[in-house]
Design a protein around this ligand. Structure first.
Ligand code: NAP
Length: 291
């Protein structure tokens, strides 16, 4: 390697072993339910013909089959109405054999995702994004947790990274990631209990905060916004924010941050696999609670 080639000393934090451990637990719990004659079931709803969304549904259905779940599916046409969507959700809401429901995001622009989500039975909300579940999270009440934040907590715990009492800074306060992650990581639990700071476009000198973070989570969706000078030497860097340009994934965290960080998620295969695992963890929990 030439002198000009950047060397990385950071330890990598892959999501796959975390997902494997979570899914092994889900499989064992699914087997126990099936022994009692209950087949755990995660239903999916897809609206329209977006290839990527159809692909995500196929991956989840394949995963469901491997874990011993039923996965009933409804596919609505791209010109479906809000009422059509609500009708499908309601059928799954009232079906006692369905324990979790996933409405694949995004849905066509003429439909209102938030309104649809509000018609979903909160106990079947495997994404953990229903307003009632956000409220449960804020209050520390049990309920399905938002998948990506829960996946990040699991990733840190699995890799033995201490969080309690340490400074955790999140770049981004979005509803799916930064905001619920802040609530989760500030909770009084051994794998959380952090001193949490959230920065965003309203904090123009945000590097001042990220530079002192023991654990930095990038959740902005702005490619390469996190550069080495924003990272405290030896810090743990979690890249959760991504933007897609076509099929190209553009991460928030520039790869050169690995030269400064003590540990860092890989460009691909970090937070993503843990998010999917958490979906099934929520689903098995819902199935156990319903039976
Ligand atoms: N890996 C996964 O499995 C996974 C799952 C879910 C989401 N994500 C990714 O996570 C990211 C965040 O998702 P989200 O839904 O929470 O997004 P969002 O609602 O768009 O929130 C983005 C946040 O980043 C902040 N931000 C944007 N540009 C900034 C800048 N230049 N300086 C400082 N702050 C800036 C915004 O600040 P303001 O609030 O001030 O506008 C906002 O709070 C997205 O890239 C998404 O694709 C990944």
């Amino acid at each position: 390697m030439s002198d000009s080639t950047p060397q990385s000393s950071a330890r990598l934090l892959p999501g796959a072993p975390v997902a494997e451990a979570v899914l092994a637990d889900v499989t064992a719990r699914a087997t126990k339910l099936r022994e009692r004659g209950i087949v755990p079931s995660l239903a999916t709803i897809l609206v329209g013909d977006d290839d990527a969304s159809a692909g995500y549904i196929r991956i989840k259905q394949r995963q469901a089959a491997e874990l011993g779940f039923a996965s009933p599916h409804r596919h609505l046409p791209a010109d479906a109405t809000q009422a059509d969507l609500h009708r499908e959700i309601d059928e799954f809401n009232t079906d006692k054999n369905v324990h979790g429901v996933l409405i694949q995001y995004p849905i066509p622009a003429h439909l209102d995702y938030d309104r649809a989500l509000q018609t979903l039975d909160p106990d079947k909300d495997v994404d953990g994004m229903h307003p009632l579940n956000m409220g449960r999270l804020a209050l520390g009440m049990p309920g399905p947790l938002p998948c990506t934040p829960a996946g990040i907590e699991a990733l840190l715990a699995h890799h033995g990274i201490p969080v309690a009492g340490r400074e955790l800074v999140i770049l981004g306060r979005g509803a799916t990631l930064g905001r619920p992650l802040a609530m989760l990581m500030a909770q009084k639990r051994p794998t959380a209990n952090a001193a949490v700071t959230v920065v965003h476009t309203g904090v123009q000198d945000w590097p001042r905060y990220t530079q002192r973070a023991d654990i930095l989570v990038a959740a902005a969706g702005v490619p390469h916004i996190i550069q080495p000078e924003h990272v405290k030497p030896g810090a743990v860097v979690i890249g959760a924010g991504v933007r897609y340009e076509g099929r190209r994934l553009l991460p928030d965290v520039d790869e050169s941050c690995a030269q400064v960080a003590g540990a860092i998620t890989p460009r691909v295969g970090g937070v993503g696999p843990t998010t999917v695992a958490m979906l099934f963890r929520n689903a098995i929990q819902a199935a156990e609670q319903a039976s």
